[in-house]
Ligand binder design. Structure first.
Ligand code: F6R
Length: 603
């Protein structure tokens, strides 16, 4: 997974390219590079490290030109080094390319090219692309035909952008990796994702797999791989560029935690009317033919899926959740009455896309719950429900988790009504409480004492998170957030499972965060006592009304009382703040934790 970008204008492109690369760093940040055409050839500049490192190198060069491409990398083939950084060139330096994805047949292509005299300078799969195009140019093809023909040789997933020296255009294509054209006034743009160029233009063209686009300073035209013209609409996105910036917070993650009241309002807006749920694309009866639901997802989205499963099961709908990478390899049985819901913030997670494909091919109906309109999941599933959380830049998912769960509550209402003939009175109470969720989250954030508690046990034996029912996925999510940004050991457990093994790890050095929703107070209280008997401190996260838990615990992070099915969403906000403040205390790279990337487009 990587970010690619291009800027095609009549004036200098370097500054815009660097802005776009910075905005794409959430896709990878182990090396960066650009190439520009300036009439006197193509100049490539690239290095290991973040975009800031590239920028400082460029400050000492006269390195500008009207047409350029750029790349920020998350390594898949070859370690993060200067040589493996993109862009890559052919032997003559005439063709230069950037790529996101994996070329699966690169070994065979590389061997063929080497046998024909091509010399390679990197370990990457990408480098075969400029060599393949170079061969075709030398055989007399024009750049567009050469590009299309070379792409026809590739197997795998890719988004590619390419330039040829002396040719005022950028050529690009995609297959399984995202790519968007930005249609500007002064220049045209290309990127893996809209926020890359959002401050220059909000007019976008989402490319489909096998589209080949040729972008010039004035225009763009799209064909398929055989050269037939293809028409794609120019759409206007309504994201504010400021939404994609830090807005005064020290980190995107903190900004995004604080944005949750707003993002949740966006998720819910217009979707609840009276006692009914109103989902534009899912009128009553949409799911009459559904008899079972499977959620597939990864990481945080998997925890949201588990929450969805819990809600549906509780309401009498047969539901299960699967880790997407496992499902892709070992799919669960489906039939035409199975609805497979891919929960994916980015809509581009390769494991989830692969699992959805497997379900689709076996006859299931598929639905994407995603944040990104135009994402691969949204376009390839039968239906899509957009969570409307706005762009999330911090690698650790925060506001998108709460919007995913809120979306699943809404979708669940439609499902339970269609599948079981509801609604129940309880459904209606929950829907009413969902409307107040944004204000409740606001109160949690305003009054949180997480900063004061978070640093107390750092560097000890680990942090444990426990919960029952819908608090169990939130315990897993609390642990995931904590480990990914603090690099401290953290684990989540179903509270009743501790005594079946993990209790052996509990000592005075292992704080246990216990989430109380009011649904199993006595059982949770006994779990807490089992922990305290081993000397471990217990931090309760619960409404003040949960006195069984709050009176027993050593520390207490309160959340407003609301419908018990929704309390865990509020508890999760406290846990996000715990993780954030602990990581801040430890001076971790909060927005870009080591070894991770925002959009995981490799399996
Ligand atoms: C953790 C995190 C990841 C993602 C996972 C799936 O904070 O963000 O675990 O949830 O990589 O990503 P999406 O939702 O884009 O499919």
């Amino acid at each position: 997974m990587c970010g690619i970008t291009a800027r095609i204008g009549d004036d200098d492109s370097l500054d815009d390219l660097l802005v776009s690369l910075k905005n794409l760093e959430y896709r990878g940040y182990d090396s960066a590079g650009i190439a520009v055409q300036n009439g006197a050839g193509i100049e490539v500049s690239k290095c290991e490290g973040e975009v800031a490192e590239l920028k400082s190198q460029l400050a000492t060069n006269d390195h500008d030109g009207p047409i350029g491409i750029g790349h920020t990398r998350w390594s898949t083939h070859g370690p993060p080094t200067d040589e493996n950084a993109h862009p890559h060139t052919g032997c003559k330096g005439r063709v230069v390319a950037v790529h996101n994805g994996i070329i699966e047949n690169y070994n065979a292509l590389r061997e063929g090219l080497q046998a024909r005299g091509h010399e390679f300078t990197s370990d990457t799969d990408t480098e075969v692309i400029p060599h393949l195009v170079e061969e075709r140019l030398e055989a007399g093809m024009d750049p567009e035909v050469a590009f299309r023909d070379a792409v026809g040789e590739l197997d795998g997933s890719y988004a590619i952008a390419m330039m040829v020296d002396g040719d005022p255009a950028v050529y690009a294509t995609r297959n399984g990796s995202p790519l968007v054209v930005g249609v500007g006034e002064e220049a045209n743009y290309l990127a893996s994702d809209v926020p890359a160029f959002l401050e220059f233009t909000d007019r976008v063209v989402y490319l489909e797999d096998d589209d080949v686009v040729v972008i010039t300073p004035e225009d763009h035209h799209i064909t398929d791989l055989t050269g037939n013209a293809v028409s794609r609409p120019v759409e206007t996105v309504d994201w504010d560029p400021e939404d994609a910036e830090k807005g005064g917070y020290d980190h995107y993650m903190l900004k995004e935690i604080h944005e949750q009241p707003v993002s949740l309002r966006q998720t819910i807006r217009g979707r609840i009317e009276g006692e009914d749920v109103v989902l534009e694309d899912f009128p009553p009866g949409t799911f009459n033919d559904v008899s079972r639901v499977q959620f597939i997802a990864c990481g945080t989205s998997y925890h949201a899926g588990m929450y969805g499963e819990w809600l549906l099961s509780k309401w009498g709908v047969d539901a299960n959740t699967f880790i997407a990478s496992e499902y892709a390899a070992y799919p669960a049985p489906v039939d035409e009455e199975t609805l497979v819901i891919g929960v994916t913030q980015s809509g581009e997670t390769a494991d989830t896309l692969e699992a959805l494909k497997s379900a689709r091919e076996r006859g299931a109906r598929t639905l994407a719950v995603t944040n990104v309109i135009g994402s691969t999941a949204a376009r390839t599933c039968d239906d899509a429900l957009f969570i409307r959380a706005g762009p999330e830049i911090g690698v650790a998912a925060t506001k998108t988790f709460s919007s995913q769960v809120a979306s699943l509550v809404l979708l669940g209402e439609r499902l339970v009504r269609d599948v079981t003939g509801g609604p129940t009175e309880e459904c209606q109470q929950r829907l009413e409480s969902l409307k107040s969720l944004p204000e409740h989250v606001e109160r949690v954030i305003e009054n949180s004492n997480a900063a004061a508690i978070s640093h107390q046990w750092l560097g000890g034996g680990g942090h444990f998170f426990i919960g029952r029912g819908n608090a169990y996925p939130v315990a897993l999510e609390g642990a995931l957030k904590f480990k990914e940004i603090t690099y401290e050991h953290a684990e989540g457990f179903a509270a009743g499972e501790l005594k079946h093994g993990p209790l052996a790890l509990v000592t005075a050095d292992t704080p246990v965060f216990a989430i109380g929703t009011g649904q199993h107070p006595k059982r949770l209280e006994s779990n807490v006592r089992e922990i305290q008997t081993r000397g471990a401190p217990v931090i309760a996260i619960a409404p003040r009304t949960e006195t069984d838990l709050t009176d027993t615990a050593d520390e207490f992070l309160p959340v407003p009382a609301t419908h018990p099915d929704l309390v865990a969403i509020l508890a999760n906000v406290q846990l996000q703040l715990i993780a954030y403040h602990a990581a801040d205390e430890m001076e971790r790279s909060i927005d870009k934790p080591r070894n991770l990337a925002k959009s995981v487009t490799v399996e």
